[in-house]
Each structure stands twice: as C-alpha cells, then as structure tokens.
Design a protein around this ligand. Structure first.
Ligand SMILES: Cc1cc2nc3c(=O)[nH]c(=O)nc-3n(C[C@H](O)[C@H](O)[C@H](O)COP(=O)(O)O)c2cc1C
Length: 427
C-alpha cells in the first residue's frame, strides 16, 4: 500500500518545516494537510485541504483519500494568539486529542506528536502548558498505535511561551533575540526539530523504531555533534577561501541513482563528470570527499522556486551547497560522481537546469558506514559546517541574489563569485 502522511499544524513554524521536508524528498507518495490557511510549501505530492474551523478537522481526517498511514501533529498555539488559556487549551489539548482519536479510528498506524520536554517535573508539571501536553501524550500512549512518536524539544523558540528547564521564555525575550539578529538560529531550531521528527517517522514506518512508544528527547533531536565532535563546525580562515579554492565547475543537472531523496531524505543534484566538462582539468585529480561552497542555478520562470534577479546575473540565483565527489563507499559505486546538495528546500525537481558551482573548501573524506543513519547524521553535520563556514563576509558572494535562511537577499559579502553569474557560454 502506498504510504500517505497527514500533517496538522503545517502552517506553524515546525509544521511548515516538516511539510517542506516531506514534499521535497518525494516520500511519502501523498502528503495531506488540513489547515486554516494554505500551507507555504507546494509540490506534486501535496493534497491540501483548507478548513478554517478546527472543530471539523477530526471529521475531515476521516474523509481523506488515500487514508493516511501516518499522522504528524505539530498543532499548537500561544496563549496570546489564542486569546487566553481556555482557547489555547482547545487547540493545544482538545484538538490534538481529537486528532489522535480520529486517527486511531481510521486505522492510522503511526502517530507523531510535537510535544515539549520538561513538562513532568513536580512543579512545572502542574502548569497549564505542561498539563495540556501531558494530556495529549497520555491519550496518544493509551490509543496503542503501531508506533507513537512523541518529539520533546526544549523550546521551539519563536513560537510560544514554553517552560524550558525551569524557566519561561517570554515573548519579549524572543523579540529581543530576533532584534539581536539570531532569528536564523530560531528558524533553524524548528528545522532541526522537524528533521528529527521526519527521520524518526521514517524509521518507524520501516519498522526500525526502538520501541512502540518512542519519546525523542532533546539529545535525540539535536543536530549530530557526537560523531562530529572531532571535526570543526567552521572550516577555513575568516579571510576567505585559500588556494586552490575557489574552484569553478558547471554542468546541466542530471539524475543520480535516485537514492538521495528517497533513502536519505537529502536530495542531490548531480552534474556530469566527463571529459567534456570544463572541470576536467582538475576533477580527476581532486581528492574524493565532501566539499562546500556556492551553487548557482538558472531555474526557468515556470519553476516554483524561480527568483527574478538582475539582468547581470544571467538568470542565475546563488545558494549555499555541500557536495560529494567520489565513489560513495557506502553504496560502492563504480563510477565517480559529483553530487551537490543545495541547502534549500525546493518545491520541484530541476533536472536539465544549468548549474554553476564554486567550491570554497574541503570538509572531509568520504566514508563507509555501518548504517544509513550514520551516513545521514554525517551529511547533516556537513550541512551545518557549510552553513556556518559560508556565513562570513569573506566567504559570501559580493554580487547576485543569494537564497539563504533569510530567503532571497542581495549579496552582501566580499567573495568574487562572478563565475557563478557569467552568461552561459562565457568562461
Ligand atoms: C554532503 C554529502 C556527503 C556525503 N558523504 C558520503 C560519504 O561519506 N560516504 C558515502 O558513501 N556517500 C556519501 N555521500 C553520497 C550519498 O551516499 C549519496 O548522495 C547517495 O548515494 C545518493 O545518491 P543518488 O541520489 O545518486 O542515489 C554524500 C553526499 C553528500 C551530499
């Protein structure tokens, strides 16, 4: 039976990331949402239902076709947004309970709930926020799903007042955090939680969950650091890339073996490594391994992620990227490939599109792994290394439009990336 996942809370911070991850990975075959407003992400696998009346969501769940095999609820609001505690209770508690019960009735196999950590202490456990979450968790546990996953992050910053290790993060603090410029970090936190939730969901669907009722605590959610403890999060001097970098590369995006999206949840855009490519001078000699840098894509106006940029950019838009060059020892490929993972969630594929690359540095050697999870954890760590290393003035492009955590912005760095924006045919 084709799998289908229904996401509730898809217009909230964490839910939006969950939706975007599911859509961009092309798995499951169908992603359904029921939300008050239209979700921001789009994609061929999405079936979105708009239902402004949340009291109808549970009954709407029963009418979804195909019937979802997995339901993920990231439903939650703030007391302020709800207009008081009783209204917040209706959403954070009652709606989640109704959804879990309706899901069970419909034969949903896996139920995933984005809850919160630190809600069961002797004092904190008596707070209304804690009691709402406890009520939902206990209901889900009692419903005896094939798998129930409770994701328990510390604070999902930016969304609400959350008891966090005995203290309260109030909205003023969050506003101050945004004002101080750590908003990207806030967005990332929700993205990290979303990635952990989707990853755990996939494991459960594959029968690999460690237990029927699985609580994902803060340490399970955090970006991988243990296997990266011996490797730095920032690579290269603050003064910018050093020779032989930056290295240019280009080609039209071709299909790989297709495992990237499906198995890893990490889509890759491959470019040909052959004797006709401009990179042939160095690509055969360069060490196999993981690199980071910038990718420029010339997406057609019909592509959902197309960004209209200045004429001088020749239709190219710049994104941060990580890249693997080599034989993928985990998969034991016999041909050398050059695979780019662009650090952006695209709403649609872009095979055949012109891609330019500027490799700015080397992260690590390719490795073989005991299991898929370890490979995914290492690649996620690579992504973090790339993001942080590139987020410095001397590593950021000085021209063009760059799509990063804050959306599409005019380049504000000092790195000469003119190669990325040159008209096609010009070297
Ligand atoms: C940043 C990054 C790091 C990677 N590191 C490794 C690695 O250490 N070992 C490995 O076997 N494959 C590595 N890969 C390659 C993945 O295994 C590869 O993307 C996967 O085989 C999917 O390829 P496909 O889409 O062509 O099927 C890496 C890929 C990326 C994007």
């Amino acid at each position: 039976m084709a799998s289908s996942t229904a996401v509730f809370g898809s217009t909230g911070l964490t839910g939006a990331h969950i939706l975007s991850i599911l859509l961009s990975s092309g798995s499951p075959a169908t992603v359904q949402t029921i939300s008050r407003r239209a979700p921001k992400s789009a994609g061929p696998t999405l079936q979105a239902t708009i239902e402004p009346d949340t009291s109808l969501w549970a009954s709407r769940l029963a009418t979804l076709t195909p019937a979802p095999t997995t339901v993920i609820s990231a439903v939650g609001t703030t007391r302020a947004a709800a207009g008081g505690l009783p209204n917040q209770w209706k959403i954070d508690h009652d709606l989640n309970v109704e959804l879990a019960q309706a899901a069970k009735k419909q034969g949903v196999r896996n139920f995933v709930f984005i809850s919160s950590d630190g809600i069961r202490g002797p004092l904190i456990g008596r707070l209304p926020y804690s009691r709402m979450k406890q009520g939902v968790e206990d209901t889900i546990k009692g419903l005896d799903f094939e798998h129930a996953i409770i994701v328990k992050p510390g604070a999902i910053l930016g969304t609400r007042e959350v008891p966090h290790q005995g203290s309260f993060l109030v909205n003023g603090l969050i506003a101050a955090a945004s004002w101080l410029g750590v908003k990207d970090k806030i967005g990332q936190d929700a993205e990290v939680i979303a990635r952990a939730a989707v990853h755990a969901t996939r494991l459960a669907e594959q029968g690999k969950a460690p237990s029927k009722y699985w609580e994902l605590k803060q340490a399970d959610i955090a970006e991988p650091t243990t296997n990266g403890a011996d490797r730095p999060l920032i690579i290269g001097a603050p003064t910018g890339p050093e020779p032989p970098y930056p290295l240019p590369m280009e080609g039209k995006v071709i299909a790989g073996f297709g495992r990237g999206s499906k198995e890893l949840g990490i889509p890759t855009a491959n470019i040909p490594v052959d004797e006709f490519s401009p990179q042939k001078q160095w690509i055969t000699d360069i060490d196999s391994g993981v690199y980071f840098g910038w990718a420029a894509l010339r997406l057609p106006p019909s592509h959902p992620d197309h960004v209209s940029s200045s004429p001088s950019s020749s239709g190219f838009t710049i994104y941060p990227m990580v890249m693997s060059i080599g034989y993928n020892p985990f998969y034991k490929n016999t041909v050398r490939s050059a695979e780019v993972h662009v650090l952006h969630r695209f709403a649609a594929d872009f095979y055949g599109v012109d891609m330019r690359l500027l490799l700015t540095g080397y992260i690590r050697q390719e490795k073989d792994y005991a299991g898929l999870e370890a490979l995914i954890a290492d690649i996620n760590f690579d992504c973090e290394v790339a993001k942080r290393s590139l987020d410095r003035p001397a590593w950021k492009p000085r021209e063009g439009v760059v799509v990063g955590a804050a959306g599409a912005v005019v380049a504000d760095g000092t790195l000469d990336c003119s190669w990325l924006l040159r008209p096609i045919g010009e070297r």
